[in-house]
Each structure stands twice: as C-alpha cells, then as structure tokens.
Design a protein around this ligand. Structure first.
Ligand code: AMP
Ligand code: MG
Length: 486
C-alpha cells in the first residue's frame, strides 16, 4: 500500500468505555468526488497516492489504512434542550490521529461509514448533498479565517440511501483538532464516572490547553480556555453572518473549532432573528441567539466538571460561576472588535459600539445585504458610496450614518485596508450551495461544486469575473429553509 498514514492514536489508548471499536462497513462502488490535496499535504499525507483508486477505497471506508484503529466515540448531548445520555458516533468513526507538518495533532474521521453500536434506528449512512454541503461550508469557513473542522475528501458509495427519497450515498472524511465535545463530558457525568471525567479532562488539557496543566487549578483553566475559545468563535460567526443551526452540546467542541455542518447557513439580508434550519421551529439557534446558546452549552460543560473543580461542592460552584461569567465580556469584546474592523476601526474605543449598533439597526430596517454592505464600505471610505447606498431601501439611511462614520475614520491610519481584510466579498450563499448540490446530485455534474470551491478559497479578494458568486439571490432563487438531510 503506497498511501501511508503515520497514525499516532492517543484517543484509542483511553479506556474501553470511551468508545467502541468498529470498522467502516464496505460499500459497493467507491468513487472519489472531492479530494483536498493541499490539506492532505499539510497533514503530511501522500496526496498523489490518495487522489486515485486507493484514496477512493480509503475515503469510502473499503480500505482501512495501516495503523488506523477505527472506533466510534461515546458521547451524550442536549439536543434542542433535551438531554440524551447516549448519542455517540452512530454513523461516523475516528480512524486515527496524525501529526501535521505544523506539529499539530488532528483526527481523521469518516462520516457516513456505516452502522455502529450507537446507531439506534439509523442506517449509519450519509448522503451526497449534505456531505458536499459540509465540504463547501467548512472549507469556506477555513478560508474566511474561522476555526473549523476541515473536509479532506468526499467519496460516493455507489449505494442508494433512503431519506425522504432515495439519494446517492457518500462518506465525508473530516479533519479536526479533536472530536471531544461538551457532550463527551456529559456522557461520563451522566454515569457519575468521575475517573473517566478526570481522564477525559486530562486528555483535553494535553491536547487543547497544555498550559492549563501548570495552572493552580488545571480544570478551572481548561473550562476558562473552552469558554474563551467559544466566545471568540461565536463572535467570528456573527461577523460573517453565519448561523450554525444545531448548536446542541454534542455539536460544540472543546477545541473551539466549528463542527457539524448540518442545516447551517449564511444570511443574505441582515436580520438578527434569522432562522434558516427547517428543524429549528422555536428559533432557538437564530443568528442573534447564538452567543446565549453557547453560554448555555458552556454551563452544561461546567456542571460536568464540578467534581474536578474543588472537593467541596460550594467551592466548585463558585469556580464554575466565575469562569462562566467570563463568557459575556469575552464575547462582547470579540464581537465589537471584529465589527469595529469591519467598519475600518483597527483600535476600538468604547464609544464605537454605538456607531456599530446604529449601522446594524439601519441595515436591518432597510433589508441591506449583510456581506455586500460591509464589503462596500471600503469603497465608500475612499469616496465611492454607490454600492453601499444601493443596499439601503432609503439611501439617506446610509448617508446620515456615514457622516459620523467618516468623522471617526479620520483617526484611522488605513481603514480601507482593514475593511477589505475583514469583510469578505464572497461567502457560500445558500442558493449557490444549493445549485452546486443539485448539479452534482441530479446530473452528476461536479463542475459547479468545483467552481464554487475555487471561488470560495479566496473570499477576501474581489473577483470581478465572478460577480455571479457575490450577488445575493434573486427572489426566485432564495432558499428559505435548510435541511440536515441526515
Ligand atoms: P447530528 O445530528 O449529526 O449531530 O447527529 C446526532 C446523533 O444522531 C449522533 O449520535 C449521530 O451519530 C446520530 N445519527 C445521525 N444520523 C444518523 C444515521 N444516519 N445513522 C445513525 N446515527 C445517526
Ligand atoms: Mg453531531
């Protein structure tokens, strides 16, 4: 076998109750439809060998590479507020871990690789559309500079999978800093397995917060680390108009990477109440609710850590509360710092928040496209306000805001440069993602998918030859709801 992975599997060395060993279930006809050669190279893998038939066999689950120790991870989770003590990898497997060229350890993980003991009623499979969707959006997020799991490959299985109708099956190979979730801790807390909790916390510290090991209270430092990462992450989502859609505790990582691209979506017109997920009936995970929901999930994490935080329950609660109280200020600082940069302010002062809020309020009232409005601000700062004004039903609403903004920008050194580096020209708009999936699924045409991937790899560049990718949807193209399609 030529495509060697240098696996070093630390999770598989944890006790047996952390996972169930399980091999991927072979499929009829592996066919590689997406392979991320630059990512493979960054991981130290043999991109040439993996881009052919052997890669197709590996990424479809038909060939387990040497050194892999495939396993289904155990985890629990609150899904839309309701607790399930046993979820686990029901259609996914951790193949193993590799150390990339950057020295970082990462999981190589198959999604859609067949039934496992955690599958319950499910078939253990995934379908092509949602796997392409995850590849498009997770790679776009990476290019946008947002911490995220990555997509290494998508392989079709040659098998049909029954969802609302028969759909082509596919397996996604996901790369992550780890797959430890809030729900991983909840799994052991629900079983009152304090030994496992401590092992898991030590594992998470070693992998994600090595400095915490030296802290006076390593577990409090771990909790603070997760809180800081998640506060920053959710702020970054809001900066680009991203709505995760299923912020359940099993879909929130300890690493601070975005994970689990189901019914996620980017909003077109700015409306803080936007909900696009078809399964989010109450709007629990609406755009502007995401920081609150992250905080709720982090409180669930803190609860699981109580036995490790201090011997006395009261002392533990106090430590947990203190850590949780760090979320709101950390989020707000990241949120306003990022939005300040989006309007050209590199060094924010306290009164800039009002300027930001005022713009956002006007955008919501005027139905302004979130991405185009911010992207147009650099030109507006340089004297050409046409594109920015065009986003406002009543352009005077922009003009009256812009007067104060221009006055503020006189104190900035290079505002247009700051804005062009913070405001993407291109995001994976729903109607484009949908069109790419439809072409692949209905006509076996992967060109729109490939073209979209290429354009989204450079989101902060104007690509005048590609204006069809930056424009918002026409009314008839608008996608009103997104589906998990699991
Ligand atoms: P998700 O909605 O992808 O976060 O998954 C939530 C839980 O449902 C996890 O335990 C998954 O492993 C499980 N699950 C989702 N889809 C399937 C499927 N097709 N077969 C088996 N388990 C599944
Ligand atoms: Mg999940």
């Amino acid at each position: 076998m030529s495509a060697r992975f240098s696996f070093d599997n630390s999770y598989a060395r944890l006790p047996e109750r952390f996972y169930i060993r399980q091999e991927p279930i072979a499929v009829a006809a592996p066919r590689l439809v997406f392979f991320n050669a630059p990512l493979a190279e960054a991981l130290g893998l043999d991109a040439a060998a993996l881009s052919g038939a052997e890669g197709a066999a590996i990424f479809a689950g038909n060939l387990v590479p040497g050194g892999a120790e495939s396993l289904a991870m155990a985890y629990a989770g609150h899904q839309f507020g309701g607790f399930s003590p046993r979820l686990g990898d029901g259609r996914a497997l951790l193949l193993g871990e590799v150390i990339g060229r950057d020295g970082q350890r990462r999981d190589i993980h198959l999604k859609g690789s067949g039934r496992t003991p955690f599958s319950r009623g499910g078939d253990g499979r995934a379908v092509l559309g949602p796997m392409l969707r995850e590849a498009i959006i997770s790679e776009a997020m990476a290019a946008l500079g947002v911490p995220t799991t990555r997509a290494l490959a998508v392989a079709m299985t040659g098998e049909a999978v029954l969802r609302e109708r028969l759909q082509p099956g596919a397996v996604l190979t996901r790369v992550a800093a780890s797959h430890i979730r809030v729900g991983s801790f909840q799994y052991f807390a629900a079983r009152d397995d304090q030994e496992a909790l401590k092992l898991l916390a030590d594992f998470a510290i070693a992998r994600h917060d090595p400095a915490a090991a030296e802290a006076e209270n390593p577990y409090a430092a771990l909790l603070s680390g997760v809180i800081a990462r998640q506060a920053r992450l959710v702020a970054q989502w809001l900066h680009i108009g991203f709505i995760h859609g299923v912020m359940n505790t099993d879909n929130m990582t300890i690493s601070g990477e975005t994970i689990d691209y189901g019914p996620c979506a980017f909003m077109d017109a700015y409306d803080p109440g936007t909900v696009l997920s078809s399964i989010d009936h109450g709007g629990r995970y609406a755009y502007a609710n995401q920081p609150r929901m992250a905080q709720w999930n982090l409180a669930r994490l803190a609860e699981t850590l109580l036995p490790l935080l201090a011997e006395q329950e009261e002392a533990a609660l106090e430590i947990a509360q203190a850590a949780l109280s760090e979320f709101a200020p950390a989020f707000e600082a990241a949120y306003y710092d990022g939005f300040a940069r989006k309007i050209g302010i590199a060094d924010r002062s306290a009164e800039d928040a009002a300027l930001i809020e005022d713009l956002l309020r006007r955008m919501a009232e005027q139905g302004a496209d979130f991405t185009l409005t911010f992207r147009a601000l650099a030109d507006a700062a340089e004297g050409d306000s046409d594109a920015a004004r065009a986003q406002f039903g009543d352009p005077a609403a922009f003009d009256s805001w812009a007067a104060g903004w221009r006055a503020r920008l006189t104190r900035e050194a290079a505002p247009a440069q700051v804005m062009r580096a913070s405001n993407p020209a291109l995001i994976p708009r729903n109607h484009l993602v949908e069109a790419a999936i439809r072409a692949a699924e209905d006509r076996d045409d992967f060109r729109p998918f490939e073209a979209l991937m290429a354009v989204l790899a450079r989101p902060y560049e104007d690509q005048p030859q590609n204006t069809q990718y930056s424009a918002p949807p026409k009314p008839e193209e608008r996608v009103l709801a997104t589906f998990c399609g699991t």
